[in-house]
Design a protein around this ligand. Structure first.
Ligand SMILES: [Zn+2]
Length: 362
């Protein structure tokens, strides 16, 4: 049996020359999706309210595939993931997916989040998290009421107050991918992010992908506002914008930034560019199916295609450049890739033994 995906000479070079010595020996990845294809709705997407290119990279991601990915991409490192499902569509088997994640977490000594639905009552979310041994919840905009157009979705449409209350009472984690076309610079997003920090001070809010600020144009005055916050955390998953990382580091310091991957999407062979404020993933021609009509994907050929490596490496390399510009010390980098998450996860109830053992170890 061949390996899960090809690692080329150019990938090995990228890792060995730039990334291996930059990264600490142990990493915690706070943003890893695991699910099996059988949990996905087999109906044609009723109403697609999110980008579609991620589905072209992997139809599913078992915990075994996740561990093999780390093994192939990070030789010599030990990686502990915070895992959760991928129940983006309301037609998906969210219960089955959560059971699978809970089971994988239990067997492999990994921390996990429940994939939550905004329609669950206070009791339902609380019992779901406790019975599955989860440390909090992952929420997503596509589970909002289907009558709301994508551009109008607000954070509270998929992370309602009655659930925030429960998360706050227990001091649990919430992994939040913010909505809206203007992304991080959207004033309503910023207002609600600050509001949540104020009204629910015990929740550990992780803003996924640094608020989807994938291009410098997505930043606006966000970091002026976020510089005033005290607790909110940010994961760098699926973001390759060094400018965003630099401003983030200057605004909140290194202790509130967490390494995350967003695997399996980060297995994609791509380099991301920005044009007129829109991100475009450059991908090898023919690799990811028919991309016509997807403004975020562009095929390249020949030498341009041969030079493409993993999205994962591009993310870490962008952070490396931002770290150099802001003079982060080795201890700061260790904190971002490991220490901050270790502290957070233990604080919300992960057994400390998970840090040193289990099958999560490579
Ligand atoms: Zn994700």
């Amino acid at each position: 049996m061949g390996s899960l995906f090809e690692v080329k000479a150019i990938d090995r070079e990228f890792y060995q020359n730039g990334l291996q010595s930059f990264l600490p020996a142990r990493l915690i990845d706070v943003h890893a999706h695991v699910w099996l294809d059988r949990f996905k709705s087999k109906q044609k997407e009723e109403c697609v309210r999110a980008v579609t290119w991620p589905y072209r990279v992997a139809i599913d991601n078992s915990v075994e595939d996740l561990m093999e990915t780390y093994h192939l991409m990070f030789p010599g490192k030990k990686i502990l993931p915070l895992i959760f499902g991928m129940a983006l569509s309301p037609g998906d088997d969210i219960e089955g997916g959560n059971e699978y994640v809970s089971d994988c977490a239990h067997k492999n000594h990994m921390p996990a989040l429940i994939f939550a639905d905004p329609r669950w009552s206070e009791v339902e979310i609380e019992e779901g998290i406790i019975s599955g041994n989860f440390l909090g919840a992952k929420v997503y905009l596509t589970r909002s009421d289907f009558r709301i157009p994508e551009k109008d979705i607000q954070i509270y449409d998929f992370l309602p107050h009655h659930q925030l209350k429960v998360l706050d009472r227990h001091g649990w984690i919430v992994m939040l991918h913010i909505p809206r076309c203007d992304r991080l610079r959207d004033p309503l997003n910023l207002t609600q992010m600050v509001e949540i920090e104020k009204h629910y001070p015990r929740i550990k809010v992780i803003i996924a992908h640094v608020g989807r600020a994938y291009c410098p144009e997505d930043i606006g005055n966000a970091f002026e506002i976020l510089g005033e916050t005290r607790r909110m955390l940010f994961d760098i998953s699926a973001n390759t914008c060094a400018e965003t990382f630099e401003q983030l580091i200057r605004a909140v310091g290194s202790r509130r930034i967490l390494f995350g991957s967003d695997l399996p999407v980060l297995r994609m062979r791509t380099r991301r560019i920005c044009e007129g404020g829109t991100y475009i993933n450059l991908v090898p021609k023919g690799f990811y199916g028919d991309l016509a009509g997807d403004p975020h994907m562009r095929e390249v050929e020949g030498k341009d295609a041969d030079l493409l490596s993993f999205f994962m490496y591009e993310e870490i390399d962008a952070f490396r450049r931002a770290a150099a510009k802001t003079n982060l010390r080795e201890s700061d980098i260790e904190a971002v890739f490991y220490g901050n998450a270790a502290e957070l996860l233990c604080e919300v109830g992960m057994p400390e033994s998970f840090l040193n053992g289990g099958r999560g170890r490579l």
